[in-house]
Design a protein around this ligand. Structure first.
Ligand SMILES: [Zn+2]
Ligand SMILES: [Zn+2]
Length: 215
């Protein structure tokens, strides 16, 4: 069975998730930011052995190089279209007054239709461009749980004013790739509280049926 814990980290109040398989107790950290001691404290408390780092998109608030170096973990994701973001991480970090951020090279770029495993769990990968061109979403169908990064939030959607952001692509990603997975799907967003696709389809001012003119 899938287990999940959310650890809010960094000045951007970013959600770092720890996902693990309760049969093997193997786990993954999704989108690790700073505050690694806090994240690893949760990992240790739950008795999880980390096997990899999963990354939804190449943003500066998702620095992963430190965790990789500390635990020698492979990195999977995002989609290669975010390579330009990852390569600019050091410069962007400086711009925002962060301690020096470091770029990283994923061991495996992910594409729409790929799967990523954690212990005995299989996550389906959905490419959801818009916030960044290489943004991906991890979906565990048996638990109907999605980790959506900065694609969709409770009551909002990801910013598209960054380089190569695309508002229409983002709406299409949410409406055509995520909502068809089902109203009952719960999701962990990159920031803020959890919600369900059904609730957002009904109430989200940016992507609800009403907002896009679907009856
Ligand atoms: Zn982002
Ligand atoms: Zn973010």
């Amino acid at each position: 069975m899938l287990k999940a814990a959310i650890v809010p980290v960094t000045p951007f109040a970013q959600n770092c998730s720890v996902l693990w398989c309760d049969e093997t107790m193997q786990g993954a950290v999704v989108d690790p930011g700073g505050d690694l001691d806090q994240v690893l404290g949760v990992v240790e408390k739950q008795g999880v052995t980390l096997e990899k780092i999963l990354v939804t998109h190449g943003h500066l608030d998702h620095a992963v190089a430190d965790l990789r170096d500390r635990l020698k973990l492979p990195i999977e994701g995002p989609h290669e279209a975010d390579r330009f973001w990852i390569e600019k991480l050091p410069a962007h970090g400086q711009q925002f007054g962060f301690p020096p951020l470091r770029e990283f090279t994923p061991d495996r770029w992910l594409r729409n239709g790929d799967t990523a495993t954690v212990g005995n769990l299989t996550f389906e990968v959905f490419h959801c461009p818009g916030h960044t061109p290489g943004h991906i979403v991890f979906f565990h169908r048996p638990a109907m749980l999605a980790v959506v990064g900065d694609v969709l939030f409770k009551g909002s959607i990801g910013r598209t004013d960054f380089p190569r952001g695309d508002h229409e692509a983002l709406i299409a990603s949410i409406r055509e790739r995520l909502f068809p997975l089902g109203d009952d799907v719960r999701f962990i967003p990159g920031h803020g509280p959890m919600s369900t696709f059904g609730w957002e389809r009904k109430t989200n001012p940016y992507v609800s049926d009403l907002a896009v003119g679907v009856r």
